[in-house]
Design a protein around this ligand. Structure first.
Ligand code: NAP
Length: 487
């Protein structure tokens, strides 16, 4: 029987931004689940930090509400005994000395400083952690996205953090990499002899990566307006997924072996710039429409009727210039207010070279490997078979389905559960190295510059649709279609 969870060293997890949305919705539930599974050593502490004037009990009662539906309610109070709070302003010295004393109580603990705040505070927080020598020993820092809004600002953040924490202590999180399906992509590709011989331009026709959201930007519109879909989703999550599909087999799962291969993919991406952005990219902005059965406002309405050229949708045709992938398009798309909440990777294989079947047997469809990241993580391999029973040889296209939850009878841990414990273990395999972030900005920057130079506004699309019609044309003019199977 395979163990489901391994114990970790005792640790202190300090969450800067401990009262924020990410902390309450993801990080604390992740820790609670690990506690319920018996994976949190008894002396480990979770320390929330924010400016709000709260004490330990005040914070715990906030969490009692936010974690009410997060799992085994009977264990919540015991879990909360391991949770503490300090009111600190990242920009002021007051209170930091007491905080350092609190951390010093367990000098042997692994210390994880999770920066779940706006990136403008990263420099202040790291500077003060350095001043109080909290960066020494088994200390690690976790940086949430976005790391900058372009190459220069990313470098500024990385330089400032790098003065206090060295690269081996710095964990740049991309929670997509912690998803079960992404791990399974590694298992499928490198744990089976079946796929790797076909994993190239001789057998793969194209790859699609879609990250679609049904929600609009709502009350985060002002924040979102400074970023847009390319910065928010493509530069990080989608490029990381692309790397996992396209990288060469690493020699092992050692952190740098994997990250070296991902970096080579990023370096091999063909540039999209002024010369070709009009053919290879489409950006859109949602207007009012009907989403999930209800009328919803457009992006500009949510923003307060201001003018904005920020894209809420992007579709790209990317190409990787190397021997394995030359000529295989990677179609990437992401957007807000789309009809389904779905994140998936579709690997479409080339059609059979010659059909031996009569037209009456039906049409032959391409084999597709569909890796679904959300809402239900799983993998389907679409195959052609004979329709069972009498009635002649009729062809059917059916999925070989591997729904993880059903197959293994386990609920899937949230990506943050795995990633947080990887930080405690000091394993950065599933985190982005600085050079990856830089390479990703190096590719994304010219796309943003080309859009800005064109002076064209994003194309409008109705909320509840699959983006501007030009995004459909982007793939259809190559004789292909976006994957529409929602099974
Ligand atoms: P949020 O809800 O706005 O929370 C921000 C947190 O930072 C609050 O706890 C706030 O509390 C604290 N804070 C603000 N100024 C501070 C200061 N000067 N000193 C100390 N604490 C301060 O933001 P969020 O949605 O949780 O996002 C946090 C970060 O994660 C952002 O970089 C975001 O881009 C990233 N992220 C978020 C999500 C998500 O799902 N929410 C997903 C991916 C990445 P006080 O105001 O009381 O200080």
């Amino acid at each position: 029987m395979t163990a489901t969870s391994q114990t970790v060293e005792a640790f202190d997890l300090v969450i800067f931004g401990g009262t924020g949305d990410l902390a309450l919705r993801k990080l604390l539930p992740a820790m609670f689940h690990r506690f319920v599974d018996g994976q949190l050593p008894a002396t480990s502490r979770i320390i929330g930090i924010a400016r709000e004037a709260l004490d330990d009990d005040g914070y715990r009662s906030q969490l009692r509400t936010s974690l009410a539906d997060a799992g085994d309610a009977a264990k919540l109070d015991t879990f909360l005994q391991q949770v503490f709070y300090r009111s600190l302003d990242a920009r002021k010295d007051e209170g930091w000395s007491d905080f350092a004393t609190l951390i010093g109580e367990y000098a042997d603990h692994v210390r994880v400083f999770y920066l779940s705040t706006s990136p403008e505070l990263f420099v202040d927080i790291c500077g003060r952690l350095g001043n109080y020598k909290l960066n020494e020993g088994k200390s690690r820092v976790v940086l949430e996205k976005p790391i900058g809004r372009d190459l220069d600002s990313a470098n500024q953040i990385n330089d400032a953090v790098g003065k206090v924490f060295d690269e081996s202590q710095t964990f740049r999180i991309d929670h997509y990499l912690g998803k079960e399906t992404v791990q399974n992509l590694l298992a499928l590709r490198f744990g089976n002899a079946l796929f790797e011989p076909l994993w190239n331009n001789a057998h793969i026709d194209h790859v699609q990566i879609t990250v679609a959201e049904t929600l609009g930007t709502g009350n985060r519109s002002a924040y979102y307006d400074r970023s847009g879909a390319l910065r928010d989703m493509v530069q990080n999550h989608i490029l990381q997924l692309l790397c996992m599909v396209a990288m060469e087999p690493p020699s092992s799962l050692a952190p740098d072996a994997v990250r070296d291969e991902k970096l080579k993919v990023l370096h091999s991406l063909k540039p999209i710039d002024d010369s070709n952005a009009a053919q290879l990219s489409v950006r859109g902005q949602y207007r009012a429409g009907v989403a999930e059965g209800a009328k919803v406002p457009g992006y500009l309405d949510e923003l307060g009727n201001q003018k904005s050229g920020t894209e809420t949708f992007v579709a790209l045709k990317a190409e990787i210039a190397n021997w394995r992938w030359a000529g295989v398009p990677f179609y990437l798309r992401t957007g807000k207010r789309l009809p389904d909440r779905v994140s998936e990777i579709v690997v479409a294989f080339k059609p059979v070279p010659h059909s031996i079947f009569d037209a009456s047997a039906g049409t032959l469809a391409q084999n597709r490997l569909v890796l679904r990241l959300q809402p239900d993580e799983g993998v389907k391999l679409w195959l052609t078979i004979k329709h069972p029973g009498p009635g002649g040889l009729r062809l059917r296209h059916v999925p070989l389905d591997m729904s993880f939850a059903e197959a293994f009878g386990v609920s899937q841990p949230d990506a943050y559960e795995r990633l947080l414990l990887d930080v405690v273990r000091g394993n950065p395999t599933l985190f982005m190295r600085r050079d990856e972030v830089e390479a990703a900005w190096h590719w994304a920057g010219p796309i943003l510059a080309a859009w800005s130079a064109s002076g064209e506004a994003p194309r409008p699309y109705s909320a509840g649709s699959w983006g501007p019609s030009a995004a459909v044309a982007l793939i259809e003019r190559d004789g292909r279609t976006w994957n529409e199977d929602s099974e």
